[in-house]
Design a protein around this ligand. Structure first.
Ligand code: PGA
Length: 250
């Protein structure tokens, strides 16, 4: 299974900080590195394209997009623009988009559709809140979010995509899911992918864990069953700590 280490910079690192990051990002990954993806702010994408050169290969993505290809949508960017600017991936349905900006499952499905149709690889984010976890609703919530997002892929069968399980209570809180919590949710997602898309696809879709991943806990999470990679927020901003997490995926 493909190993993936992705960094979501959120609203951090303008163009000059982006150049400094790539100058200093020097992980020791050998001949079989994991797939590395960085999601800088859209305004820093050009600086990332220009400065990420050399080893290792780092793919780039956008943190959000609009579902229409163009039009009167002040402040938005489209999948085709992101692709032209050098992005190959798109985060869709991150919990901050859902909870701070009111994105619904339907918005997420439209964004997944647009990303896939334009040639970006969607990274579908799902995850429960603390209240939902306490109410024993983890499976129900992540399956609802997953199935709705998969509707966005109905016109692009066979299109590669990734799923990131990010429990909302673990994001930016220092509170990490245990490897067992991550495995349990990932197992649920893998079985749902199996039922929806068949065994072969279920095994091919990388399942990433996100939520307070750090160099100290990355290896334990990456060794958990059904955890194929990590989506890192805060600890991806520093080149040395992101490099240490990438090395933990070897
Ligand atoms: P965190 O963020 O690693 O800072 O908790 C993860 C994310 O939101 O993708």
């Amino acid at each position: 299974m493909e190993r993936v280490v992705a960094g979501n910079w959120k609203m951090h690192h303008g163009p000059s900080a982006t150049r400094a990051f790539f100058r200093d990002f020097q992980p020791d990954l050998g001949a079989a590195p994991p797939t590395l993806i960085v999601f800088p702010p859209a305004l820093s994408l050009a600086a990332a394209v220009e400065s990420r050169g050399g080893r290792p290969e780092v793919a780039l993505g956008v943190q959000n997009l609009h579902w229409e290809p163009k039009g009167a949508f002040t402040g938005e960017i489209s999948a085709s623009m992101a692709l032209e600017a050098g992005a190959r991936y798109a985060l869709v349905g991150h919990s901050e988009r859902r909870h701070i900006f009111g994105e619904t499952d339907e918005h997420v499905a439209r964004k997944v559709r647009s990303a896939a149709l334009e040639g970006l690889t969607p990274v579908i984010c799902v995850g429960e809140t603390l209240d939902e976890r306490r109410a024993g609703r983890v499976d129900e919530v992540v399956l609802r979010q997953l199935h709705s997002a998969l509707e966005g892929l109905s016109e692009t069968p066979g299109k590669r995509f990734l799923v990131a399980y990010e429990p909302v209570w673990a994001i930016g809180t220092g509170e990490t899911a245990t490897p067992e919590d991550a495995s349990a949710a990932h197992g649920t997602l893998r079985r749902a992918l199996h039922a929806a898309l068949g065994a072969e696809w279920a095994q091919r879709v990388p399942l990433l864990y996100g939520g307070s991943v750090k160099p100290e806990n990355a290896r334990g999470l990456l060794e958990a069953d059904d955890v194929d990679g990590v989506l890192v927020g805060g600890a991806s901003l520093d080149p040395a700590s992101f490099a240490a997490i990438a090395e933990a995926a070897l």
